[in-house]
Design a protein around this ligand. Structure first.
Ligand SMILES: [Zn+2]
Length: 164
């Protein structure tokens, strides 16, 4: 029997999916921890990680390359964090597990379907209000709307951050 593994994105973490509610294994990537660190769920999440309830795993380079290629073909725009989560789910599937992405993000849900990965939405009212994103230039720190991908001033690729 394949083991069920929940792959958590930041919206899942913020919705409070984490703390030991699920019997199944829960994994995420380092960047999700960093995004969540800016938010109020920080303590809960760190407790869960310390207790070993949530494992922090890096996807393989192969899966990451493949994910980026396939995302490029669809014309969808996903953040580097989302690409890593999808790649992590692909890795788990290949090693015989049964990954399920837990996310409120439509872009990830669409891509999960395309990749033949299962996903679960977070049924929690109000999460849309909680999680607002903005794009931040890693070089000059200018902030942009979530639809922008490149800094208009210095040309760097923007990274997605939860809006404060
Ligand atoms: Zn810039």
């Amino acid at each position: 029997m394949p083991r069920k593994v929940y792959v958590l994105d930041t919206s899942a973490v913020i919705a409070g999916f984490v703390p030991g509610l699920a019997k199944a294994e829960q994994v995420t990537v380092q960047e999700v921890l960093e995004e969540a660190r800016d938010l109020c769920s920080k303590l809960e999440l760190e407790t869960a990680v310390t207790a070993g309830k949530v494992k922090v795993v890096d996807p393989s380079r192969e899966s990451l390359d493949e994910t980026r290629k396939r995302v490029a073909q669809t014309g969808d725009v996903v953040s580097a964090v989302d690409a890593k989560l999808l790649a992590l789910a692909l890795d788990l599937k290949r090693s015989g597990e049964e990954p399920e992405l837990v996310t409120d993000d439509y872009a990830i849900q669409n891509l999960a379907s395309l990749f033949g990965l299962s996903y679960q939405r977070i049924v929690m009212p109000g999460i849309k209000e909680v999680l607002r994103w903005e794009m931040v230039c890693p070089a000059c720190n200018r902030r942009y709307a979530p639809t922008t991908s490149q800094c208009e001033v210095c040309g760097s690729f923007l990274v997605r951050k939860p809006k404060r």
